[in-house]
Design a protein around this ligand. Structure first.
Ligand code: ADP
Ligand code: MG
Length: 412
């Protein structure tokens, strides 16, 4: 066994951007003088990458056990000092593996706080945060009584969901009674919350030993659940990060993520800012923000979120060095259509527009375009634009998105 320290990272890719994240991971590990060991599903084509070791595992039923065995093989062969999950789905598995193999890093109790919204919200309330009132929907009557107390609308959602999947906004008792037969079998995987009216923010934080290494506060352009089926989902980050609101959100996020137990690692946290100015905790995950968020901060600060995260995990003294600070807005590309794509604006056409810092288009004519069913979008791609201030960046984003067109034919 080589004495060179090794980092195991659990990797899965479903979007082209994941490969860029992968490369920044490997680069950060190499820059720390560690060996990179990627544990990923069989068939992940990493042949051209600068990786040190690939430990593939078969997918399908028993995936998690196969992944555990792949990590165990890596532990036998290398001096593993860190196990990192690149996806939210493997956050709990990574914590179990750390505890099982005695590898330092986030433990299971903390991982549960970041994955189970029942535990997360209860713990945030214990820490003194304002949280939506909630219940577990044991029966239809429980839900009707809950709505009677907090008033409609209410939100019914999985306790461990992601990207608005399986999340319902229920406006009245008729909608609730219509929804119930479709959810009653999963009732104990769900939680209900009072609907919080407010602007949504996401705050992305990298921590080392409880200290902030990188943080950024971004405002969603629209509330996600109300809009993701109808338009592009995006957010704006200012280069200055110096408003009173940004500073309050950053401080609240530090308190909640460290209060939930995170010492070293990354968090993607959501707060609502209510019309009365109060902050209400939404949720947090021990993961990188998805979609356009990595390119958004790359444009705004010249900082790579995955690189910074991995350096922070490995290197106590590391601090990212922003090359610039400017205001930027990111968006997922969206189309209201579905079917087979006959024509689509290319990334080069988008990049030729004013203020566009980055654009990627992942579908071509002939590809199938699905209806959007989660806030993660349709896998069409993303844009990041810059602007003088938040309003300007949002206007630039809107005009860029107007230039993006997709024509489809009904699938045969
Ligand atoms: N109590 C709530 N009040 C208002 N909107 C909510 C509430 N809970 C969830 N939402 C909306 O649903 C979206 C998804 O819920 P969230 O708890 O963030 O789960 P996830 O993003 O993991 O799917 C949020 O971004 C928000 O727009
Ligand atoms: Mg969310």
């Amino acid at each position: 066994m080589s004495q060179q320290p090794a980092v195991v990272f659990l990797y899965r890719e479903s979007k082209p951007l994941h490969r860029e994240i992968f490369r920044d991971f490997v680069r950060a590990i190499a820059d720390c003088g560690h060996l990179s060991v990627c544990v990923a599903p069989e068939g992940t084509d990493l042949g051209a990458e600068q990786l040190d070791f690939f430990e593939p595992y078969p997918t399908g039923p028993g995936r998690e056990e196969a992944m555990r065995q792949a990590v165990a093989r890596a532990i036998e062969r290398h001096r593993v000092v860190r196990i990192i999950s690149t996806t939210e789905d493997d956050v709990i598995a990574a914590a179990r593996l750390r505890e099982h193999h005695g590898v330092p890093g986030t433990g299971l109790e903390t991982a549960i706080h970041f994955r189970d919204k029942n535990a997360m919200v209860a713990r945030a309330r214990e820490l003194g945060f304002r949280v939506p009132r909630s219940c577990v929907p044991h029966t239809l009557g429980t839900l009707e009584a809950f709505a009677g107390t907090v008033g409609y609308p209410i939100v019914v959602k999985p306790h461990n969901g992601i990207s608005c999947g399986g999340t319902h906004k229920v406006e009245d008792v008729d909608q609730l009674r219509a929804l119930w037969p479709t959810i009653h079998q999963e009732r104990h995987d769900l939680r209900a919350e009072e609907f919080v009216e407010g602007r949504q923010f996401h705050i992305d934080t990298v921590l080392r030993d409880g200290q902030v290494v990188f943080e950024a506060v971004s405002a969603y352009a629209v509330t996600l659940l109300d809009h993701f089926r109808h338009r592009s989902i995006g957010s704006v980050v200012t280069g200055t990060q110096d408003s009173a609101l940004e500073q309050r959100l950053a401080a609240a996020t530090r308190a909640v993520v460290t209060g939930l137990g995170l010492r070293t690692g990354i968090a993607h946290t959501e707060f609502f800012v209510c019309p009365d100015g109060e902050l209400v905790f939404g949720e947090t995950g021990a993961r990188m923000g998805g979609g356009y968020i990595f390119p958004l901060y790359r444009q705004a600060f010249g900082v790579s979120l995955p690189y910074t995260w991995v350096r922070a995990e490995l290197d106590a003294g590391y601090r990212p060095d922003p090359t610039h600070r400017r205001t930027a807005a990111g968006d997922l590309l969206f189309s209201a259509d579905s079917g087979v794509i006959s024509d689509i604006t290319t990334a080069d056409e988008l990049l030729a527009l004013p203020n566009v810092g980055e654009a990627q288009v992942w579908k071509n004519p002939g590809h199938h375009l699905a209806h959007v069913d989660e806030a993660g979008g349709q896998g069409l791609g993303f844009t990041v634009v810059t602007g003088d201030d938040a309003t300007d960046a949002l206007e630039n984003a809107a005009s860029t998105l107007r230039a993006f067109r997709v024509a489809t034919q009904a699938a045969r």
